[in-house]
Design a protein around this ligand. Structure first.
Ligand code: SAM
Ligand code: SF4
Length: 322
């Protein structure tokens, strides 16, 4: 029997375009990288669009392309175009490290991309290079500028909270003062065994809010656009906002509206769970009924109270589509 759908609407799909990446961020991948899936195991863009055309039947209306680094796979604007043509998809966003964005931003915008989130963990070139294991801050900032110039907003900047962020707090705040950027500090999540393993190296929302309050009054505001677990604050005279995604210290599973599809065609109903439903075969054979059944099976097992269970997930963030 097909399980019932969850008690509230899951309307947001995080679609992992690829498990490959041009970076090896310290909190996401080991220095040697992770074993990548063979090309033949990865869904084609047509497969992904077929999946989404079925997922809208259970209420999915927003799709975020992620990875790995989505722009490391060729032809992402073509995928955006396919998704735009699906009735019922009303928002297509992209999470990227931004470095390849200037090269694709025209095509992505023309294809109908709604907006981007850019990961940027440091505004210091040397620290940025160290955290990403070789990335160029200049290129990432060019990505931010490209997103702003093409109206792919609200442009959100993702910063994983590590202790060193405290020393850069003023630089990040300056970014939100000058530009309509929304800097979101994300608690490091123990997924896939990478990154800081102790409280000495990671920061919690509590540590950071205390430091922010010293710099001015934080006024809670609605999300600048989009949905999800982030809580936003405005500082007087700032064009943008600061936000927190406190997946570890706060419990935000209750109103989770997400479903994930990995690049190799597995459905995941929770970032922190091993529960996966294989949908590759159904998608490749264009079997709408079997695809729908797989979605219902995955959503039917979504628990909404998973909390963070360190080490349970065997896939890393880049392999799930964080
Ligand atoms: N490569 C793209 C990027 O970096 O934006 C998209 C994929 S990346 C896995 C998506 C987001 O997950 C990024 O904002 C990244 O900072 C975040 N992330 C990766 N590993 C994380 C971890 N262990 N804890 C918290 N956030 C993490
Ligand atoms: Fe790549 Fe994004 Fe993971 Fe960094 S966070 S290694 S850019 S997938």
């Amino acid at each position: 029997m097909i399980p019932p759908l969850p008690r509230h609407l899951v309307d947001y799909l995080r679609l992992s375009v690829t498990d490959r990446c041009n970076f090896r961020c310290v909190y996401c991948m080991p220095p040697e990288g992770v074993p990548f899936k063979d090309h033949e195991d990865i869904l084609s863009y047509e497969d992904m669009a077929f999946f989404v055309s079925v997922a809208v039947e259970v209420g999915i209306s927003k799709v975020r392309l992620t990875g790995g680094e989505p722009l490391a796979r060729k032809g992402v604007p073509g995928l955006v175009r396919l998704l735009r043509a699906i009735d019922g998809v009303d928002d297509i966003s992209l999470t990227t490290n931004g470095t390849l964005l200037p090269a694709f931003v025209d095509d992505l915008t023309a294809a109908g991309l709604s907006r981007v989130n850019i990961s940027l963990d440091s505004l210091d070139p040397e620290r940025y290079r160290a955290l990403t294991r070789g990335g160029s801050l200049q290129k990432a900032l060019a990505g931010v500028e490209a997103a702003l110039a093409h109206g792919l907003g609200p442009v959100k900047i993702n910063v994983v909270m590590m202790r060193e962020v405290l020393a850069e707090l003023d630089a990040f705040l300056e970014l939100t003062r000058q530009r309509p950027l929304h800097v979101r500090f994300i608690e490091w999540m123990p997924v896939g065994g990478c990154g800081p393993q102790t409280n000495e190296s990671s920061l919690s929302k509590g540590n950071l809010t205390a430091a922010l309050r010293e710099r001015g009054e934080l006024m809670p505001v609605a999300s600048p656009g989009g949905w999800g677990p982030a809580r936003y604050f405005h500082l007087p005279d700032h064009a943008g906002t600061v936000g927190f995604i406190s997946s570890v210290s706060d419990h935000f599973c209750d109103d989770c509206n997400r479903l994930r599809l990995t690049a190799d065609g597995r459905l995941k109903n929770c970032l922190f769970s091993c529960d996966e439903v294989e949908v590759q075969q159904a998608v490749r054979t264009r079997d709408r009924e079997a695809t729908l059944e797989a979605i219902r099976a995955s959503l039917g097992r979504k628990t909404f109270d998973k909390r963070v269970l360190p080490g349970e997930n065997t896939r890393g963030m880049s392999q799930i589509g964080g």
